[in-house]
Ligand binder design. Structure first.
Ligand code: HEM
Length: 490
């Protein structure tokens, strides 16, 4: 039986799960300063750093909207084509600030789709892209790129004195653009290519076995904290040739770093994220440095060779800062995704042991699970320059929220979109890992580890039973804090 519970005593604050995967909006200097207001309008709903610095006027105007796939982009039908409507004419996505999880998610999607067949906007005027067809175009659009450092970075106190956060964001590819982005990103992609992942499968096998086997002996386990986090820590300890005891704190600190994305950032939350970020980067870079010296971690050796041959930037005093920041989601999203595998199986309406009969359960299971439940349900990008899409003039600097989890459940593409089905036709139309030159660098890694996990469940015919209420993470858009389960070998 599948039961959901909102965390008691918590507000409905939310944030993204992945700093690498979901970035937000503090436009400060990349567009005309006169159009920017840093203050938060006390009358407006607080949707956090996604929107707090933005006002509608800088977002330009829209003409008559013709959707590239033949649907209307949702303009007010009363508007004459001679008017020059503002972006404010798009329907407001008023469920934008909700956490998109649990039984509420299908309703939120249905309601949003009913309000618009195309583009939407937030109350403050960011562009919101929710339809699969629009996501497909805009995810690879040359004018839609990573947010700048300035857009990403700000402070609830107005101070920029956050050395730990600087260590992480300054080293990450996520706010880089051409031409600096490509070689660094390719180096990360290279060490996490499908071929490289094949050589790490044995580590994933061992990490899964060592942590699921004891859970089979326990009456009840809190899956995210006792099993998923432990698999992530064990896996990285093997890959980086470091003791589990020195890797496990990285998983916890990576989760604390997520406070950076809290919906209502406070100095306290940022201090938590800042301190965790400093610890995470310092400890991980030291582990990588040691692995480079020992030569016992092929991923690190491979990274060093590729970096030396292809990356010319002076940005990284130590190249292992780039690798450390690039692996961040391996300590957060990897664990979240393992838990979401269990969530999806429990929700599927089938007994897992029946699903295991499916010929390619691991491969098709991961595809369907990541379609329905991505720990990175959206990403915010930015207009690199003015461009027109579906009749909408999108001004340089505009935040563009790409809602992957909506596109993955778009009923015009996926039949019975909220249902779990191992066989589907439109797999190439699911976008959990983004797309274009910014596509997730760790997608092969998370897929490999999850396939190994699902393969273990199938091989051991593990029966899963929910043993208590699921507690969705109040600070994330799509993540689980606690999930008690009983695991039993069939
Ligand atoms: C299910 C788990 C994960 C999901 C759903 C996910 C999703 C995403 C998404 C949506 C993006 C942005 C793509 C875009 O803008 O088009 C991204 C970027 C990125 N992801 Fe992941 N990710 C996951 C796991 C991982 C893991 C395990 C790693 C590393 C070990 C990783 C490393 C990265 C990096 C480095 C980037 C930035 C790429 C760039 O600079 O262009 N991700 N991810």
């Amino acid at each position: 039986m599948w039961r959901h519970r909102r965390p008691a005593g918590r507000t409905s604050l939310w944030a993204c799960l992945s700093p690498l995967g979901v970035v937000s909006a503090r436009i400060v200097s990349m567009v005309d300063g006169s159009q920017i207001d840093r203050s938060v309008d006390p009358e407006a709903p607080v949707w956090g750093i996604w929107e707090r610095t933005l006002r509608i006027p800088h977002l330009g105007t829209i003409g008559s909207i013709r959707h590239p796939h033949g649907t209307s982009a949702g303009l007010d039908p009363a508007m004459s084509s001679h008017d020059e409507p503002s972006l404010g004419s798009l329907p407001v996505m008023d469920r934008f600030g909700d956490a998109w999880h649990g039984p509420a998610l299908p309703g939120i999607l249905r309601e949003s789709y009913a309000r618009s067949s195309g583009l939407m906007r937030t109350a403050r005027g960011d562009l919101v892209v929710l339809r699969n067809a629009d996501l497909d175009v805009l995810r690879t659009h040359p004018a839609v790129g990573h947010q700048t450092w300035e857009a990403l970075y700000g402070s609830p106190t107005g101070s920029s004195d956050w050395p730990g956060l600087h260590m992480f964001f300054g080293a990450s590819t996520f706010n880089l653009r051409a031409p600096e982005h490509r070689p660094a990103k390719q180096t990360l992609g290279h060490v996490m290519s499908p071929r490289a992942m094949a050589s790490l499968t044995a580590h994933a096998d061992a990490a899964v076995r060592e942590n699921v086997a004891p859970a089979l002996e326990a009456e009840v386990v809190d899956f995210p904290r006792r099993v998923a986090d432990a698999i992530a820590a064990t896996f990285w300890s093997k890959v980086l040739d470091a003791p589990v005891a020195s890797v496990a704190p990285l998983v916890r600190d990576a989760q604390r770093m997520m406070k950076f994305f809290a919906k209502r950032p406070t100095a306290e939350l940022w201090a938590t994220a800042d301190a965790a970020s400093a610890r995470f980067m310092t400890a991980l870079v030291e582990i990588i440095d040691r692995a480079a010296i020992s030569g016992r971690a092929p991923l690190v050796t491979d990274f060093d060779d590729h970096f030396a041959a292809h990356v010319r930037s002076e940005r990284w005093a130590n190249p292992h800062q780039l690798l450390g920041a690039g692996l961040f989601d391996g300590f957060t999203a990897l664990s979240s995704m393992l838990t979401l595998c269990v969530v999806a199986l429990l929700e599927s309406g089938s007994r897992p042991v029946d699903l295991y009969e499916h010929e390619s359960f691991g491969r098709d299971g991961f595809l369907e699970i990541s379609r329905l439940h991505s720990p990175v349900p959206m990403i915010t990008r930015q207009a690199l320059h003015d461009f027109k899409y579906a009749g909408v003039t999108v001004a340089e600097g505009t935040n563009i929220h790409l809602l992957w989890i909506f596109g993955n459940r778009d009923p015009s593409v996926f039949d019975d979109p909220h249902a779990f089905r191992l066989e589907r036709d439109q797999r190439s139309r699911q976008f959990s890992f983004g797309g274009g030159s910014y596509i997730c660098a760790g997608r092969n890694l998370v897929r490999m580890v999850c396939e190994v996990f699902l393969g273990y469940l199938a091989a051991n015919r593990v029966q899963l039973d929910q043993a208590g209420e699921v507690e969705w993470d109040a600070d994330s858009k799509h993540g689980v804090a606690h999930l008690p389960v009983h695991l039993e070998q069939g």
